[in-house]
Design a protein. Structure first.
Length: 275
């Protein structure tokens, strides 16, 4: 799935210069129970039609992930919550706990553009409510924090198509730029990493500061794109706490079918891939 984003996300030259100075750490697979300590709240989301995303608990019953994970990429329809399963701490083929999804909250300003459209990263957020809370001593939900500054060190825990059986951690990557509610990061992501939590350390503890929306190439350099979090998350929590039914989307997100276009600001192009 290849996307072209006709908007200027970053000052390309400054990003390239910064990336040369600050090299991210290697991506490491979490294989042992010792390595997994503290990260059991990150899990794999299995989508009924064969898809996969990453999500993280922000409460015993709420998973934070990317909004596009809630849509069927072929039809553009919202996926029935019961067709999604969250496997907390999924490692070496086994989960610490598994729950079906009972309700989905998609950010009301999210624009789902299908497999051939432009991308709205800033509000690519969703909350998945579990059928029952996960209340285990080794599965701790994560707190969230404010958007990181440019140059700040962050980390990421994610699954991907070529490492779907266990999560991988990248302890050090960096915020290369911030623009229009989008973070440009040096983090290593791939298909299946959508919705993965991006962490910053605060008082010695990891806090979720963004969520992976897409991967991109900027002048040949691979980067990850993350969502804004603080304000969109608070807006979705209001919907979650006041909504009823299986899926809460108010108002319904704009869905652009293949062949339709949505005007974005002009500028240098960037090759775009949904991870």
């Amino acid at each position: 799935m290849r996307f072209v984003l006709a908007a200027v996300f970053v000052a390309f030259n400054s990003v390239a210069a910064y990336a040369q100075e600050e090299q991210p750490s290697e991506l490491m697979k979490i294989m042992t129970s010792y390595d997994a300590q503290g990260w059991e709240g990150v899990g794999r989301l299995n989508i009924g039609w064969g898809g996969m995303c990453t999500g993280a608990l922000i409460s015993p019953r709420i998973v934070l992930t990317a909004a596009h994970c809630a849509f069927n990429s072929r039809s553009g329809d919202l996926i029935e919550p019961s067709q999604i399963v969250f496997h907390a701490g999924f490692r070496n083929g086994h989960a610490t706990a598994s729950r079906k999804i009972s309700r989905i909250v998609v950010h009301p300003d999210y624009v789902f553009t299908g497999p051939e459209g432009a991308t709205h990263v800033a509000n690519d957020l969703a909350l998945f409510e579990l059928s029952s809370a996960i209340q285990l001593p080794n599965v701790t939900p994560f707190a969230t924090a404010k958007r990181p500054r440019k140059g700040q060190q962050v980390g990421i825990v994610s699954y991907a198509h070529d490492r779907a059986d266990s999560p991988s951690i990248q302890e050090v990557c960096h915020v290369l730029a911030r623009q229009r509610g989008t973070l440009v990061l040096s983090c290593d992501v791939d298909f299946g990493s959508s919705g993965a939590p991006i962490f910053a350390e605060e008082n010695g503890q990891p806090r979720i500061v963004s969520v992976v929306s897409a991967k991109a190439e900027v002048r040949g350099r691979k980067v990850a794109l993350g969502t804004n979090l603080e304000k969109p998350l608070s807006e979705m929590m209001v919907l979650l706490n006041s909504g009823s039914g299986q899926v809460v989307v108010a108002p319904k997100p704009t869905i652009l079918r293949p062949g339709q276009t949505r005007r974005l600001s002009s500028g240098d192009g960037a090759k775009f891939l949904r991870p």
